[in-house]
Design a protein around this ligand. Structure first.
Ligand code: ZN
Length: 318
C-alpha cells in the first residue's frame, strides 16, 4: 500500500514525495518561522530539527538552512521537519539568549503558552504543532555571543529507559566528544522528552561567530544521526571519542560587574577549584567562584560584562 502520511507546519503541509518550504506563523505575534518539510516516498521515522533557539548561535542556524536547502524527498526515508531559525526575532535583533519583545530566554520557556508573550508563543507553536509529529528531535545551538565552548551534546533523562537509551545513541552519533545527561524540563529537548520524543540539544561554535569547519562538522554529525534513524541511507560512523558525562553543573553570577575567568574549555576542573572572579569598575574584587564538582569545563563565558544571574561556567561531570 502506498504511503499516505502527511506532515504539517501550520498551513504548510507535505504529502509523500513532496518538499515544501514556507513560514509557520506564531499566532498573535508578527513572527513567522521559516520551515522546510521533506516527506519521503518511503515509510520511516520523522526527525525534527531546529536551529536558532538562541538568536546569536549561528553554526546551528546555518546548518539547518543548508539541510533544508539540500535534502530531497528522494533521499529521505520517512520525514523531516526543519525550522531555520525558530527564534526569528532574536536572530534578527542579534541578541544573546533573549528575545527582543519580552526579554525571555526561549530555552527556558517550554512548553510555552498559547496566550503568552512572543517567546512563550514561539515555544508553544513548536511544542504543540511540531513535537507531536516527531520521533526524534535535534535542537542545534552553537556558542552564543559571549560563550566559549567545546562541542558537546545534552540529552534528557526525563523519558523512560528505552527513550533515554535512544537519546544517548542519537547524541553519540552526532560525533562530538562530550555527551551530557540532563533532567531540565523547560528547555527544548527536555520538554520534548516529557512528551515522549527523544532527542538532544547540541552545541558547536564560539562567541557569536560561525565558520565553514563548524558547519561542516555539524552537517556531518546531523547526517550521521539521520543514518542512525534510517532516514538517510548509509553506514553509521561510530563515535569512538565519546565521553559520557552524568550531568552538567553550572555556576551563575551573583554580582554585576566585570568577569575574569581563569579556566578554559576542555580543561579538567576539581571541586572547589577557582574558575574566575568578578570585579567592579574600579578593579575591586566583588566575588570569587569555584567549580561545584569534579568534571571538565564544557563552556565558559568570555564577555567582560556580566550581570547578576548570568551563567559563568559549566562542567560535565563523569
Ligand atoms: Zn543556545
Amino acid at each position: 500500500m502506498a504511503k499516505t502520511k502527511i506532515i504539517t507546519a501550520g498551513e504548510l503541509s507535505a504529502a509523500p514525495g513532496e518538499k515544501k518550504q514556507g513560514f509557520l506563523e506564531v499566532k498573535g505575534t508578527p513572527v513567522k518561522m521559516p520551515v522546510t518539510l521533506i516527506n519521503g516516498v518511503q515509510e520511516g521515522k520523522t526527525a525534527l530539527i531546529t536551529g536558532g533557539t538562541h538568536g546569536g548561535e549561528y553554526p546551528g542556524v546555518e546548518t539547518a538552512i543548508r539541510l533544508a536547502a539540500s535534502l530531497t524527498p528522494e533521499e529521505v526515508k520517512g520525514q523531516l521537519i526543519i525550522v531555520h531559525p525558530c527564534n526569528v526575532p532574536a536572530f534578527q535583533a542579534k541578541m544573546q539568549y533573549l528575545g527582543p519583545y519580552d526579554g525571555k530566554n526561549l530555552n527556558r520557556e517550554y512548553p510555552g503558552l498559547a496566550t503568552g508573550t512572543v517567546t512563550q508563543r514561539i515555544a508553544f507553536t513548536v511544542s504543540s504543532m511540531l513535537f507531536p509529529q516527531a520521533d526524534f528531535y535535534m535542537d542545534l545551538h552553537g556558542g552564543d555571543i559571549h560563550e566559549q565552548l567545546t562541542p558537546f551534546v545534552i540529552y534528557s533523562k526525563l523519558g523512560d529507559e528505552q527513550q533515554t537509551a535512544c537519546a544517548i545513541e542519537g547524541s553519540k552519533a552526532l560525533g562530538v566528544k562530550y555527551v551530557v545527561g540532563s533532567v531540565s524540563s523547560n528547555g527544548t529537548f527536555g520538554c520534548a522528552a516529557t512528551m515522549g520524543v527523544p532527542g538532544f540539544l547540541a552545541e558547536i561554535g564560539n562567541l557569536g561567530l560561525w565558520t565553514e569547519e563548524e558547519v561542516a562538522q555539524y552537517l556531518a554529525g546531523v547526517k550521521n544521526v539521520l543514518r542512525l534513524l534510517e532516514i538517510l541511507d548509509g553506514d553509521v560512523v561510530e563515535n569512538k571519542e565519546a565521553v559520557l558525562c552524568d550531568r552538567m553543573v553550572g555556576v551563575d553570577a551573583d554580582k554585576t560587574g566585570c568577569w575574569y575567568p581563569c579556566v578554559t574549555i576542555d580543561e579538567p576542573v576539581k571541586k572547589g577549584q577557582k574558575i574566575g572572579e568578578i570585579r567592579d569598575y574600579f578593579g575591586n574584587l566583588l566575588a570569587e567562584y569555584t567549580s561545584p564538582a569534579d568534571g571538565v569545563c564544557v563552556y565558559v563565558i568570555r564577555s567582560l560584562a556580566i550581570n547578576e544571574g548570568d551563567p559563568l561556567f559549566a562542567a560535565g561531570t563523569m
